[in-house]
Write a protein that binds this ligand. Sequence first.
Ligand SMILES: Cc1cc2nc3c(=O)[nH]c(=O)nc-3n(C[C@H](O)[C@H](O)[C@H](O)COP(=O)(O)O)c2cc1C
Length: 371
Amino acid sequence: MPHLFDPLRIGRLELPNRILVAPMCQYSAVDGTPGDWHLIHLGHLALSGAGLLIVEATAVSAEGRITAGDLGLYGDANEAGLARVLAAVRAHAPIPLALQLAHAGRKASSRAPWDGGAQVPADAPGGWQTVSSSDVPHAAGEAPPRALDEAGLAKIRADFAAAARRAARLGFDGVEVHAAHGYLLHQFLSPLANRRADRYGGSLENRMRFPLEIFEAVRDAFPADRPVWVRVSATDWVEGGWDIDGTLAFARALQARGCDAIHVSSGGVSPQQRIAVGPGYQVPYAARVKAETGMVTVAVGLITEPVQAETIIATGEADAVSLARAMLYDPRWPWHAAAALGARVTAPRQYWRSQPRAYKDLFENAHFGQR
Ligand SMILES: Cc1cc2nc3c(=O)[nH]c(=O)nc-3n(C[C@H](O)[C@H](O)[C@H](O)COP(=O)(O)O)c2cc1C
């Protein structure tokens, strides 16, 4: 049996296999609230046969959205909209569901990627004044963020906790805290963004303080029997930036606070980054974190082939893989991986008849007949 299809526990949550759908922003919400696009998008990914579906970066406040179209969970209308989507998904798919909670910091107030992704001026429609660890803009020439003061930090801690309570009410099986890709928590970790002189800046311990406080706030607010974990960027890919040593220290500090897993990505904090892109290019970082902390570790980034994914799990480089683009390109990727590797997957009974003749035992419990 391939290891990719072994069950995996994240905290007390049991996943049927080790293929995760990575969080993917859709920039298609209205005032943070999802509509029919999310129902269709999450609905079809929920039928993928993956072991876990992580819902896109969901902002804990309106100003924490990357774009005006981002999903949010800061108001009752947001919660009601997500409840509708989840009710439909849950009625037809048994897949566990997690939510990624996020704040974009200085990368907020942006246009959607299909509109070019540039910063939107604070006084233009769909724009607002951003906040960050320091008043350093993401890119030269951009309007600078406002450095958060103690009251601002306290509000963001409260916003993360409130969103986690809403996620709990919605029945999410887990929460992923977004501390990667150059967004707010990464803007505290990385010395490229964090120039603070108080107890939240300077030393590694100080730069980790606010992200760790956010983890604790979310962990306290989310039911103890459901997992909370963190997505990190293992390196900034910039000389003098955040690196794997900082990541290992951060992972250990999270582990000491009850973090159930770590999802290892990279980059996003600086336009100066020079990423060595290639198949599985971030997997060695995940392997380091797993080897040195023993945490349940998820690898991500250009994992596109079933044998490649199987090898990552079989060799112990990571405990699970997550896929983003490959899953949009081929939403039945886990079915095709199971077929290629000789495993079985859960498929909806409405689709059982699609089981190819060459894979007669692919779908669990599949049976059908007709007059
Ligand atoms: C359309 C799209 C939206 C994304 N949105 C998010 C997001 O909401 N949160 C996040 O942490 N990463 C996000 N990412 C990054 C992916 O989760 C993933 O880390 C990245 O695409 C590399 O994996 P891949 O090679 O399998 O696509 C997004 C990627 C894509 C393609």
